[in-house]
Design a protein around this ligand. Structure first.
Ligand SMILES: O=C(CO)[C@@H](O)[C@H](O)COP(=O)(O)O
Ligand SMILES: [Fe+2]
Length: 217
């Protein structure tokens, strides 16, 4: 199956967000990646469930919500009600990761787990059977336009192995610094979903940008 592309609206023009989302959907995006930042877990603030609920009616595409917030349990139901299809929480932000993942499931949303570049991959092994998405940050979270950290791909390879050994079916996604140059290494390592913000929204031709990332050769 071909690699899925998830444009991150963090790099979109927010004054015309509807057009920006329609443009990438038209260009072949599979998911819309929505970066929620609280100014505590990461040194940046973006938006919350109110903005998500105005995006929801624009598309049937999967809304992939990446929560970069402390104590995400407090907001799971609100993001579920606002229309998230996937909610991904940081292993570093959850005091009781298993409980948080189950709260997401109980809210009727697909649960995902994400880790920062310096977090050991072993942290997520006990939760793999409960998640539908494993996201590896290939930059330190907080901002778009940063440089890809290739060492993270060793963690991707380990997750691919565990998925096989345990007979599981979660998707593997990477986020940060993905562009037409770095996409090949990610796909070779076994990534299923590529998040890309600046490499798509900084280009005029969004379809062209998506195609270049997906068909990296
Ligand atoms: O979660 C984040 C950043 O914390 C990302 O989703 C960025 O939005 C990716 O941006 P690029 O690195 O692709 O520009
Ligand atoms: Fe993200």
């Amino acid at each position: 199956m071909s690699t899925k592309i998830a444009p991150s609206i963090l790099s979109a023009n927010f004054s015309i967000l509807k057009e920006e989302i329609e443009d990438v959907i038209q260009g072949g995006a599979d998911y819309i990646h929505i970066d929620v930042m609280d100014g505590h877990f990461v040194p940046n603030i973006t938006f919350g469930p109110v903005v998500l609920s105005s995006i929801r009616p624009l598309t049937d595409a999967t809304l992939d919500v990446h929560l970069m917030i402390e104590e995400p349990d407090r907001y799971i139901q609100e993001f579920a009600d606002a229309g998230a299809d996937i909610i991904t929480v940081h292993v570093e932000a959850c005091r009781h990761l298993h409980r948080t993942i189950h709260l997401i499931k109980e809210a009727g949303v697909k649960p995902g787990v994400v880790m920062n570049p310096a977090t050991p991959v072993e942290m997520i092994k006990p939760i793999l059977k409960d998640v539908e998405l494993v996201l590896f940050m290939t930059v330190n979270p907080g901002f778009g336009g940063q440089v890809f950290i290739p060492e993270v791909l060793e963690k991707v390879q380990q997750a691919v192995k565990w998925r096989e050994e345990l007979g599981l079916a979660f998707e593997i996604e990477v986020d940060g610094g993905v562009n037409e140059m770095t996409a090949k290494q990610c796909i070779d390592a076994g990534v299923d979903v590529l998040v890309a913000g600046s490499a798509i929204f900084n280009e005029q031709d969004r379809q062209g940008a998506i195609d270049k990332i997906r068909n990296h050769e």
